[in-house]
Design a protein around this ligand. Structure first.
Ligand code: CTP
Ligand code: CA
Length: 225
């Protein structure tokens, strides 16, 4: 950890971090989900606590120990995550959306377990769009000067896709990972490029998720007024 961290440069600040992956129920026993482990979000929460911040961690289906000193708010679905993030973000200095939020949810929730019937084809699952939490909090900053950070996993032209996504979301920073080598989900390490709305590009070499987290907080701290 760098000198900045030792200075507790986030003292007196309130930061909100979302982590994990939302689950969208089909019936009482089944859901649509994703492979996010929550480790990057938890690393962000731990490092922010270490740097002196008050931390609210919105956790979606993580199976990780609560970071000491953080307020942990468990959520299930994207809609619940949105509620929790908007509430926590009200007075926050920064919001970091590390959670994998489901883009779609089943259009209908079956109150009883969906059963198969002999000789019948399964009913198709219709999906509806979930709210885009990152775009919403970026567009309607809960307080002036609030810094909003998103994450994106991309393939192909990673930087071009990242730049386009940063512009579309309207956030201040976008942490872009290249996926496909199978080393992001559940792993202890990460590699990324952090794109700034001001045109900056900060490469973060392959290393512990804590190191990436500290670089995110370095960039956030520099932007806080
Ligand atoms: N995100 C969000 N709400 C959603 C979907 C995504 O807040 N409904 C946030 C994620 O937490 C992440 C960022 O947006 O910080 C980028 O997520 P990503 O899935 O890469 O973006 P999408 O706009 O959903 O683009 P894609 O079609 O590539 O999935
Ligand atoms: Ca998505």
């Amino acid at each position: 950890r760098g000198a900045a961290a030792a200075e507790r440069d986030l003292a007196g600040r309130h930061v909100v971090v979302s982590a994990g992956g939302t689950r969208e129920p089909l019936d009482p026993v089944r859901f649509l989900g994703n492979r996010s482990s929550g480790k990057q979000g938890y690393a962000l929460a731990r490092t922010a606590v270490a740097r002196g911040a008050r931390v609210t961690l919105i956790a979606a289906h993580t199976h990780l120990p609560d970071p000491a000193g953080a307020d942990v708010v468990p959520v299930g679905t994207a809609v619940q995550l949105r509620e929790a993030v908007l509430k926590a973000a009200a007075g926050a200095d920064a919001v970091v959306m590390a959670a994998a939020v489901a883009d779609f949810r089943p259009g209908r929730y079956a109150e009883g377990k969906i059963k198969k019937k002999d000789g019948e084809e399964p009913a198709p699952v219709t999906l509806v769009r979930n709210p885009d939490v990152l775009a919403e909090i970026s567009a309607e900053r809960a307080r002036p000067g609030q810094i909003v950070v998103g994450f994106a996993a991309e393939t192909d032209d990673v930087l071009a896709n990242g730049r386009a996504k940063l512009a579309r979301k309207g956030c201040d920073l976008l942490v872009v990972n290249e996926v496909g080598e199978g080393r992001t989900f559940g792993s202890e390490e990460n590699e990324a490029v952090i794109l700034g709305a001001d045109g900056t590009e900060t490469p973060v070499p392959y290393g512990p998720k804590e190191a990436l987290a500290d670089t995110v907080w370095d960039l956030v701290a520099r932007r806080l007024v």
